[in-house]
Design a protein around this ligand. Sequence first.
Ligand code: ZN
Length: 260
Amino acid sequence: MRGISKDRKNKPMTTNTRDIHVTVWNEYRHERQDEGVAAIYPEGIHATLAAALRKAELTVRTATLDEPEHGLSVDVLNATDVLVWWGHMAHGEVSDDVVARVQQRVLDGMGLIVLHSGHFSKIFRTLMGTNCDLRWRESNDHERLWVIAPGHPITEGLGDYIEIEHEETYGEHFDVPPPETLVFVSWFSGGEVFRSGCCYTRGHGRIFYFRPGHETLPTYHHPEVQRVISNAVRWAAPTPGAPRTAGNAQAPELKWSSGR
Ligand code: ZN
């Protein structure tokens, strides 16, 4: 099976989304240091996202930076089908060992959803292989995310666009590899545009970068933003496929010459 969590690879696949095991990872610093952020996310951004994903009938756990191994032990990652990542002020405190462990799980098939300022996380920059820099401004612009790939599963249930009353502005150029599928382009009232929903594959893992989610604004309470994240989790979850055979192998034609 393609990339199924090691603990779960012997279980039969099912279409029941409760069988998709999500870990929501949050740096969880702004909420503990800034009263304004705590008022919007009293239990942390991870708790708000986890509640939304549970409502979408996914199986969810959370992990935060200050837990041992940042809450991302080998066992936790092996039991995770899709990892959701929010970080901002403490990217440098994420251990390189944990980043390497997450990278390997993605290459093995774990899905990864990187949110907002996670564009500068070690794991995203490692997987992209670029600087992932961008233009930004905190001026509470209006954001309109246009759906660019209307047939894509990540857009299911949406209209032509999503409106967010106030957000931090991100603008091009976004220094990432060209996305394999571009799902959203944002327009901001200040005039910028930005590639806000970008799909990638690395090894056997699917990656989705989704732009909105500045910590001083209630963006993760927005129903359509929540919808995109739960759609993205379903899209990024490992699915069964053909076996992956590698290494020294007998020629398939030998079965004919041996008279079978
Ligand atoms: Zn921000």
